[in-house]
Structure formats: C-alpha cells, structure tokens
Design a protein around this ligand. Structure first.
Ligand code: MN
Ligand code: MN
Length: 330
C-alpha cells in the first residue's frame, strides 16, 4: 500500500545536498488532485510593517527541510506512508501590489481546496494567512491554534490601511472566517501600542494565553486548554516563528524576548494529535535576519511536526469519510 505513495528522495541514494530543492525532498507536484496534503510556499512579505524579508522564507525553508527524515521519532508517525504528500510550489504573488497578491493567493488556495488537498504552508509574513482562510473557510468559520508573540488583531496601520501582518485575524473574525470562540493564541508578549490592544480579541471571545500564563500553566496545561478551546470542529494551526524566543529563532521581523523554546513548541504541536486539523502554516521566517539558517531549520522542523499530526488526523478522517460513503452507496 505504501509503495504507491510519493516518498522523499532516498538520502541513502542521493545525498541531502544534491538535487532539486523541494519541501522535505518530496516530489514537485503540479496537479493538486494528486496529493492529500499540499506543501506550499508563499514568498510574500508585502504586509510587513517594519523589517521585511519573509518573502525569502519558503526557499530557505525548502533548503533546510532537506534535513528532515521520514518518521517522527516520538510519535512514530510516518506521514508519507499515510497519505499522498507533495510540494505544489509557491502561490503566485505580486511584490508591488498588496491587494493583487491577496487575490492571487486566495485564488491559488481555492484551487487547492477544491481539489480536496489540505494545505501546509511556509510564509511569507502573517498576512498570508488571511487569503488562505478566504479560500478554505469560506463556507463556515474555523477554529485556530495560534502560536505567536503577537495577537495580530490590530485594526489599521499608517492611517487607515486594514491589511498588514498585524491585522489578519481581526479581518478574519470580521469576515466570518475565524470563530473567535474556538481560537486560542499562545505566547503573546511584548510591549503594545496601547493598553487596550488585546481588547478586540478578548471581547470577541479569543482565548489569549500570554507568556506569563503559559509559564504558569506549563506545556501540558497549555495543550489541555488549546484542545478545550479548539474542540472537535475543523481547526487550523498558525505558527508565527516569533512565538519562539529570539535565541532560538532570531531570523524574523518582529522578535520579542522572553518567548517559547523550540522544545516546548514541539511538545505543544505533538499535543494536538487527534484534533480535526484542516491546515497549517509557519510564517515570518526572514532569511535576511537569519545568517546561520537556524531559523529556517526551525521553520522546516515545525512544518514536519505539523505534517505528522495533520497526516495522522486526516488519514483517520478520510478513512471514516470513505467508510461512510461506502455505507451510503451500499
Ligand atoms: Mn504573527
Ligand atoms: Mn508575531
């Protein structure tokens, strides 16, 4: 059964530094219907308000993802033996036109969604999650487990501009794409513009776990709370690499000290096993601020962690769905 599924290039035959660079060394796939999980790059940082560079994220994450192997060492999940996973390339973007980029990204993800593929993406700045939601959450609001130093629920920047990487989840809630009552934000910290910065999100019902509460709850307590909030409905995982302490992930545009460790983040993603996950992204990896490539390695590893829990969940859901279909057609 497993032999027919796409597999990464065998590192025992072709060394990791050789060959075309794709996510996890998987086949490059042009037909979305040929995969169950689509790995996608969004090389765009037109929503960045200060230190740009995340447009270069996908290429470097692809590069460092050549270090990933096939089986998760803790859960023993082997994602490529469960489902068809491939690199479907980058969403089209326009580096000098924000609204055109949002349209093009949404259009691309709509096609992925129509084909029945689950997207796991590498940004790009955090605004890219909004057009992804417009594509995959059009018909019902979804829940979200959101790792970030920032809530990204500000209203406008530079006068009245509604679209920046500091606003995507306010727009997503306003547009009915994101269910705030099934949304949890983990790792929030850092100085704010004003004391009421988080009021919109809190008033809408978002569960905000600031860094101080994360420290008090611990990893296990935070996982339990995230699972409670997300519930059993469809949920998305958005991982802003600045959720991590800058000592682990300095290559990002808006670093905030006092953050989560890579090990804690890995444990939390593993703690999401069994949730009804319908997509994920890793955003804000900014190679110009990442001279060692260490932050791109973090991004690639978090993508693999997410891929494992999502592949397991999707394999279960797809089995249940096909059994139901069998019953109906019988
Ligand atoms: Mn963010
Ligand atoms: Mn952030």
């Amino acid at each position: 059964m497993t032999s027919s599924l796409p597999q990464p290039v065998d590192a025992g035959l072709v060394p990791r530094f050789a060959g075309l660079s794709t996510f996890m060394r998987l086949p490059a796939v042009s037909n979305f219907a040929d995969v169950d999980i689509a790995l996608i790059g969004v090389p765009w940082d037109g929503g960045t308000t200060n230190r740009a560079g995340a447009r270069h994220g996908p290429r470097e994450i692809r590069n460092m993802s050549s270090l990933m192997r096939k089986v998760h060492h803790v859960s023993r999940i082997a994602p490529y033996d469960l489902l068809r996973v491939g690199d479907v390339g980058d969403a089209p973007v326009n580096p000098i036109d924000l609204l055109d980029s949002l349209r093009q990204i949404e259009h691309f993800y709509s096609a992925v969604h129509r084909a029945g593929a689950i997207p796991i993406s590498a940004g790009g700045d955090h605004l890219v999650t909004l057009p992804i939601f417009r594509a995959i959450a059009k018909h019902r609001p979804i829940g979200m487990i959101h790792f970030d130093a920032h809530s990204d629920t500000n209203d406008t920047y530079f006068g009245h501009n509604p679209y920046t990487h500091g606003t995507p989840f306010r727009r997503a809630i306003e547009e009915g794409l994101l269910d705030p009552k099934r949304t949890v934000q983990i790792g929030i910290r850092g100085s704010v513009y004003s004391a009421d910065d988080l009021d919109f999100a809190r008033d809408a019902g978002v569960r905000i776990i600031e860094m101080e509460e994360f420290t008090a709850l611990g990893v296990a307590g935070t996982i339990a709370e995230a699972r409670r909030v997300a519930g059993t409905g469809p949920a998305y995982v958005s991982f802003d690499v600045d959720a991590l302490d800058p000592s682990f992930a300095p290559g990002t545009g808006t670093p905030e000290i006092g953050g989560i460790t890579t090990r804690e983040a890995q444990q939390m993603i593993r703690g999401l096993r069994g949730l009804h996950l319908i997509g994920a992204d890793v955003v804000e990896v900014s190679p110009p601020f990442d001279p060692t490539g260490g932050t791109a390695l973090v991004g690639a590893t978090m993508m693999f962690e997410l891929l494992c829990v999502i592949a397991e969940a999707q394999a279960q859901y797809r089995t249940i769905a096909s059994e139901r279909r069998t019953v109906v057609t019988d």
